[in-house]
Unconditional design. Structure first.
Lengths: 120, 236
């Protein structure tokens, strides 16, 4: 039967997965950014349910206590997510910079046009 | 149309900006003066307008690199053939600008006014001087060409560089990286001696702790700039 730690991890990963899907449904999380999150939730859920798989992974990695392997895998996914966001943040700040420059240049051009019209 | 544009990045420089503009005017009456007000909280923008400089107000502080690039984008759009960079804090001497312009006529693409090329000693704290030496050595090593003052922001660029910089300009502490970028893309970068004043007002943006961050960040940027394929002007 399910052990206590297994029940907790199944419930936890199921909650995470449902939360992600609900956020996507409400449009609060864009589909393109939700994919890695969904993958995280699915992998955690599968390994929580399928004990054999988790044991196999733990054995391969030389981890004595299989739920620790679950933590490790979760941690790796979280790391990937953070890296993914850092890439996105970098892109957004580059775009913000370009937009700020463009706004400033347009405002200057407008100001010049207006003062030119006043002079006439 | 004015051929030469003087780009003055300014962040909270109300105590010096008017004087800097006036000095540029008297040294180079034929040039257009453009102040890029980098989200100043003081009266920098207002005073620059009062001095009748073209004033571009960035909506928030973007840092010297992005402010400089705004100036290059302006110069590109307005068809200027030469752009000169002069800091808004009064440390650069506008009377020295003609010395920067001379090598442009002889085929240089970017000319740097160097504090050290004159053989004169530049007075600054030891940590600052060591940092400057470090970058000069690093850029010299990476470009295979000897540079003495890679952190100087007193520069003159021709039209080709204006077009290049309006598309590619490094952020944060851009000066050493901006040289590497040009050099890697095949531009000719030269140095001429220039007198740099003690700061007229404001503070250096670089404190000791930020100096360390600056060293690490620029070193990484320089290394990446060296290993990555250089951008080409023709690509766009």
């Amino acid at each position: 039967m399910f052990s206590q730690v297994q029940v907790v991890s199944i419930a936890g990963s199921l909650f995470l997965l449902l939360l992600i899907l609900e956020l996507v449904r409400r449009g609060k999380l864009a589909e393109r950014y939700s994919l890695l999150w969904i993958a995280t939730g699915v992998v955690l859920l599968l390994l929580s349910i399928w004990r054999g798989g988790l044991h196999l992974v733990a054995k391969m990695l030389g981890i004595y206590y299989p739920p620790s392997a679950l933590f490790l895998i979760g941690w790796i996914f979280v790391l990937l997510l953070i890296l993914h966001f850092s890439v996105i943040v970098s892109r957004l700040s580059r775009r913000t910079r370009d937009l700020a420059q463009t706004v400033a240049l347009l405002r200057q051009a407008l100001e010049e046009k207006r003062s030119g019209e006043e002079d006439e | 149309m004015k051929e030469i544009v003087v780009l003055v990045p300014a962040y909270n420089e109300e105590s010096t900006i008017a004087e800097v503009i006036a000095e540029i005017r008297s040294a180079l009456p034929q040039a257009e003066v453009v102040v890029i007000n980098d989200g100043s909280a003081d009266r920098t923008g207002e005073l620059a307008r009062k001095a009748r400089a073209v004033t571009i107000d960035l909506p928030f502080n973007l840092g010297i690199g992005a402010a400089m690039q705004t100036g290059y984008r302006y110069a590109r759009a307005h068809g200027h053939s030469v752009a000169v960079q002069v800091d808004g804090d009064g440390q650069h001497v506008p009377a020295e600008i003609p010395r920067l312009l001379a090598p442009l006529a002889e085929g240089a693409d970017l000319v740097i006014g160097s504090r050290f090329a004159s053989g004169r000693t530049y007075r600054a704290p030891l940590s600052r001087r060591l940092g400057m030496l470090f970058f000069s050595r690093a850029v010299s090593l990476l470009t295979g060409k000897r540079f003495l003052d890679t952190t100087s922001g007193f520069r003159a660029a021709n039209r080709k560089v204006i077009e290049f910089y309006s598309r590619h300009y490094p952020s944060d502490y851009p000066e050493p990286e901006a040289i590497l970028l040009l050099s890697r893309a095949g531009f000719r970068v030269t140095e001429v001696p220039a007198v740099i004043r003690e700061r007229g007002g404001g503070h250096s943006s670089i404190t000791l702790l930020r100096g360390l961050y600056y060293m690490v960040k620029v070193s990484l940027a320089l290394f990446m700039g060296r290993v990555r394929r250089p951008p080409r002007l023709e690509e766009e």
